[in-house]
Ligand binder design. Structure first.
Ligand SMILES: Cc1cc2nc3c(=O)[nH]c(=O)nc-3n(C[C@H](O)[C@H](O)[C@H](O)COP(=O)(O)O)c2cc1C
Length: 255
């Protein structure tokens, strides 16, 4: 039996949890590959089970993630899976909403869960976690990853009932998607004195929303607000509302 963790992670949180899940499967002698969907190359649907994971944006998974999954895996064929989100609050609809779609194409979703992780969205919303909060959260998320894998192996179902939450979350998410398309274009500029033209932002943008030119950086209107460009820039060259950005980074020792 071999599994695959199919995930998206803009700033490292979901990747951290994905690794913890992979390690826990390995501790149980179950091999599990990891595949980050924005790399978008060479994926083959050849696995016996899947773990789906993504960050929450306004309660839901980013559509480019869910669409990528549905494009590359068209039939569940009764295969079991785990669906998890990472987010800064304790609860969100994303996993249960996506689980319904997975069940429709023939997957058997055994586990759905929300894994609390530090907030990477403090430029716009919610507060930045303190160092102590980050450390406590990382420890708890690792423990939770262990529990999820144990339950999955023992075939113990764990599903979230988010029906009531979805009633307001779905329209909020639609508005968020409309607003976010222009987020980078409206809020960010690059300090071209700092920018080294390394092209990382352009290369790593999951929705091809960035073009690095000789004298400027252009943002198109397809942004998902994922924050990867601003927090991963090696020169911290982006300005948010004309201010230098306090970049989000997980502590070095966790990777
Ligand atoms: C555009 C955007 C919207 C977000 N919306 C929510 C939200 O509705 N609820 C929440 O708890 N966290 C929210 N967050 C926080 C992230 O979900 C959280 O920090 C996540 O773990 C980041 O994962 P990553 O590092 O793998 O990209 C949001 C973050 C971004 C960038």
């Amino acid at each position: 039996m071999k599994g695959c963790i199919l995930y998206f992670s803009a700033t490292g949180n979901t990747e951290y949890v994905a690794r913890a899940i992979k390690d826990e499967f390995a501790n149980n002698n179950i091999p599990c590959d990891m595949y980050e969907v924005s790399k978008n190359s060479g994926f083959e649907d050849k696995y016996d089970f899947y773990v789906f994971g993504a960050p929450i944006y306004a309660e839901m998974f980013p559509p480019f993630y869910t669409e990528w999954v549905k494009k590359h895996i068209t039939k569940g064929n009764g295969r079991k899976c785990i669906v998890f989100s990472t987010q800064a609050n304790t609860i969100a609809c994303g996993p249960s909403t996506f689980a319904k779609e997975l069940n429709k194409i023939g997957f058997e979703v055994v586990i759905e869960d929300n894994v609390l992780m530090p907030n990477n969205y403090y430029l716009v919303m919610f507060r930045k976690f303190t160092e102590q909060q980050v450390n406590d959260t990382l420890k708890k998320s690792k423990d939770l990853a262990r529990t999820l894998v144990d339950r999955f192996i023992k075939h113990e179902n764990q599903l979230i009932n988010a029906k009531a939450r979805e009633i307001w979350a779905k329209p909020v998410f639609k508005l968020f998607l409309l607003w976010s398309r222009k987020w980078a274009k409206k809020s960010l500029v690059a300090d071209m004195g700092k920018c080294t033209r390394c092209g990382l932002c352009q290369k790593q943008c999951p929705v091809n929303n960035i073009k690095v030119n000789k004298d400027s950086i252009t943002f198109f209107e397809n942004c998902v607000s994922c924050q990867r460009c601003v927090h991963k820039c090696p020169a911290n060259a982006f300005l948010y509302k004309d201010k230098v950005i306090d970049q989000y980074k997980l502590p070095k020792e966790v990777f």
